[in-house]
Ligand binder design. Structure first.
Ligand code: HEM
Length: 476
């Protein structure tokens, strides 16, 4: 036994040295981007997690960009990964989707979304479904069909707020109600609220280890996913019958049922579920953070109030906003852009390389993960002056950036460009309109931004609201 006791140490040492030698040789041969792969197996995952628990938005990337430059190698979540904080490389990654790179999500997300979700689809089917989704949320559909419900549902929600409100929770409720209406024409009711409760459990599962044995949250998420899928399947079956009888509603489900593709119920359910996910946390977080930043920037709050008071002054109290009103909110668009720049919930996107790829003198080996960080570019002083402060006025005369080229990509780009980009903007603008014209508020507690596991405020941004006399603003 004692002999084995003495032997194991040199054996482990040799294995570790051998591991590092092999890795170093392969790296030299491939000209990988500089960086550090960290410890065997866990790499730099722990450094990444602990870094993002700080208040600094980009601690992990900042430190490595300073040491290695804007393209660097690391090893996180069990895989070697190339990180890019370089706008050109990010654009190259986005544009070469399906040719050199393919999307790659953690197992927890893919299992919970279902294989027919747009986020996981590839190839021609992805192209077709992406353009179908784009056509469902384009400007003319929003203008002619969706805007009236967006206006009504947001106004109804805001009119029910009194006293202390957890803004993040309320914003989530609003975005869920809007999406369910747009996808399936349901107005808020007990059914939609119980669907939302299950749905929240599904989302919690995205941020856990995808192993039911280790994670109660993941087990709960799988169960909730089954319930959500069952509820949606019933709706799809009912609507299929109605559609076969010649009844057609002008919503996303209607478009899916009427298409020539002959989608199965399972395909449609996965597709709807993913659309609910895609717009939910994203839009509600931006709503909350826009309010937080405005509250902390009184001049911007005064300016946005003035903009919306002027729009309301031409209307009666309950008159809905029209497309021309949306188009006459220039300062609100600056606020939306600036919020998306400073604190987008989607910090960047993961892809996997489909072949060895040469870029900027380096090689990204086939099968490696790649992370194109949008936030690192958005917060880079080389591209945006005084990049880490909230300054909506920077968008007033130009693209907001100080460097040429498209460095502002909150909605991604290329074949996977967010199909909800215009919808999200409209929802945010209408939300800001009703918020500032109908309510005034103060923060109920100090609350700070955190960036892990997602961008949000620690306490869901509690505010105390008071009603404004909106009728005083109006034309009659
Ligand atoms: C502020 C709100 C939003 C932000 C910041 C945002 C951001 C993004 C980004 C960056 C992507 C690209 C992901 C990738 O390339 O892998 C994306 C994809 C997507 N977004 Fe959004 N999004 C928002 C709202 C919405 C809304 C309201 C919808 C509803 C229609 C939506 C639906 C989608 C879908 C379905 C995809 C997947 C596209 C694909 O893989 O082909 N998003 N979003």
């Amino acid at each position: 036994m004692a002999v084995f006791g003495y032997l194991w140490f040199p054996l482990v040492l040799c294995t570790v040295v051998f591991f590092f030698l092999i890795r170093a040789t392969r790296r030299r041969r491939l000209r990988l981007p500089p960086g550090n792969l960290g410890l065997p197996f866990i790499g730099e995952t722990l450094q990444l997690i602990s870094a993002y628990k700080s208040e600094n938005p980009e601690p992990f990337i900042d430190e490595r960009v300073n040491r290695f430059g804007p393209i660097f190698t690391t090893h996180v979540f069990g895989e070697p990964t190339v990180f890019s904080a370089d706008p050109e490389t990010n654009r190259f990654i986005l544009q070469n989707e399906g040719k050199l790179f393919e999307c790659s999500y953690p197992a927890s997300l893919s299992n919970l979304l279902g294989r027919h979700s747009l986020l996981l689809m590839k190839g021609n089917l992805h192209k077709r479904m992406h353009s179908l989704t784009m056509s469902f949320a384009n400007s003319s559909i929003i203008k002619d069909h969706l805007l009236v419900d967006i206006d009504r549902l947001i106004r109804l929600n805001l009119d029910s707020w009194t006293g202390r409100v957890l803004l993040m929770e309320e914003a989530k409720k609003i975005t869920f109600e809007l999406t369910v209406k747009q996808l399936m024409s349901f107005d808020p009711c007990e059914w939609t609220e119980s669907l939302r409760k299950e749905y929240v459990l599904v989302i919690e599962g995205f941020f856990t280890v995808a192993l039911p044995i280790f994670s109660a949250t993941y087990r709960r998420a799988i169960k909730a996913r089954t319930k959500v899928a069952e509820a949606l399947t019933l709706i799809v079956r009912q609507r299929r019958k109605e559609s076969e009888a010649g009844e057609r509603k002008k919503d996303m489900l209607g478009a899916l049922l009427a298409g020539d593709d002959g989608f199965s119920d399972e395909q449609i359910v996965d597709f709807l579920l993913a659309l609910l996910v895609a717009g939910y946390e994203t839009t509600s977080t931006i709503m909350t953070l826009a309010v937080k930043f405005l509250t902390e920037t009184p001049l911007a709050l005064a300016q946005i109030k003035e903009e919306h008071d002027q729009i309301r002054a031409k209307k009666s109290e309950m008159e809905p906003l029209e497309w021309t009103d949306y188009k006459s909110m220039p300062f609100s668009q600056c606020v939306v852009n600036e919020t998306l720049r400073v604190a987008n919930i989607i910090g960047g996107i993961f892809r996997r390389s489909m072949t060895d790829i040469n870029i900027k003198g380096y090689t990204i080996p086939k099968g490696w993960k790649v992370f194109a960080s949008f936030r690192a570019v958005h917060l880079d002083h080389d591209h945006f002056k005084d990049a880490r402060s909230f300054n909506p006025w920077r968008w007033q005369d130009n693209s907001g950036a100080t460097s040429p080229g498209n460095v502002f990509t909150p909605f991604g780009g290329g074949p996977r460009l967010c199909p909800g980009y215009e919808l999200a903007r409209v929802e945010l603008s209408v939300f800001l309109h009703h918020l500032v014209t109908r309510l005034s508020w103060v923060p109920a507690e100090e609350d700070k931004l955190v960036f892990f596991p997602t961008t949000r405020t620690q306490k869901r941004y509690p505010i105390n609201v008071q009603r404004r006399n909106v009728s005083k603003l109006c034309k009659d």
